[in-house]
Design a protein around this ligand. Structure first.
Ligand SMILES: [Zn+2]
Length: 233
């Protein structure tokens, strides 16, 4: 992932207020007749871009439009996290651990496709529509609420010819925070994050926050609460 080029994807235009209100009404209507749940309120930028909290309760910030870098395998990430990601990967390889970026930035359409595919898989296994959706949502974020849509999160897998998953995940769990990345969905925080254990999913938050989160044993939801509490005090 040494070659890089940037591109800008299309900017979302600002819609008048009544269109927003109409969208909420329509989303709510769709939800009541068994469609997708309404999109939660937009995430706050209060703590800076590195600490934007996107999850099932907070969707992408209004007008989020990162500059993207394309890695040699075609995966794209926010260019602001690229230097740290590159440095981390260089150091891993120097230590004989070989990772690959399996997924980075995703568009709204890609996220929707992932969700639809996962729901269809459960439907094929015989689950009802609502059961399938519920099961799928444990693994796939509702479109508009995935960290991948921020471009600040990466799924890191082993380069299987050279390393095992264990080697890569263990290295990351021990060292990623030194580069500003946190394991976003650890097994002991699933009740808070709402996402099952994902040892491959890392989120860039900057080194200061990453090391503090590690030290205090907080996931991003808890860390934001901690910062907000600090500010209120
Ligand atoms: Zn992921």
């Amino acid at each position: 992932m040494n070659e890089r080029r940037t591109r800008r994807h299309s900017r979302r235009s600002r819609a008048p207020l009544w269109i927003g209100a109409l969208a909420v009404v329509l989303a709510l209507g769709a939800f009541l007749i068994g469609g997708s749940p309404p999109r939660p309120p937009a995430a706050s930028m209060d703590h800076g871009w590195e600490l934007v909290l996107v999850n099932r309760d907070h969707s992408l910030p209004e007008g989020w439009d990162p500059e993207l870098v394309t890695l040699t395998n075609g995966i794209q990430v926010d260019e602001r996290i690229y230097p740290a990601l590159q440095e981390m990967f260089d150091d891993m390889r120097d230590q004989g651990v070989y990772p690959v970026v399996r997924d980075g930035w995703r568009s709204q359409e890609e996220q929707q496709e992932l969700m639809d595919d996962r729901v269809a898989q459960y439907r094929d296994q015989g689950y009802s529509r609502s059961e399938s959706r519920e099961l799928a949502e444990q693994w796939v974020a509702i479109p508009g609420t995935s960290e991948h849509q921020l471009g600040l999160a990466v799924d890191i897998n082993p380069d299987t010819a050279l390393s095992t998953g264990d080697q890569v995940y263990t290295w990351l769990a021990e060292h990623a925070c030194e580069y500003g990345f946190v394991r976003r969905y650890p097994p002991d925080k699933t009740e808070i994050t709402g996402i099952s254990n994902e040892p491959w999913h890392y989120r860039y938050v900057g080194t200061e926050a990453a090391e503090e989160m590690e030290e205090l044993g907080l996931c991003l939801e808890e860390y934001i609460e901690y910062l907000d509490g600090d500010r209120a005090a």
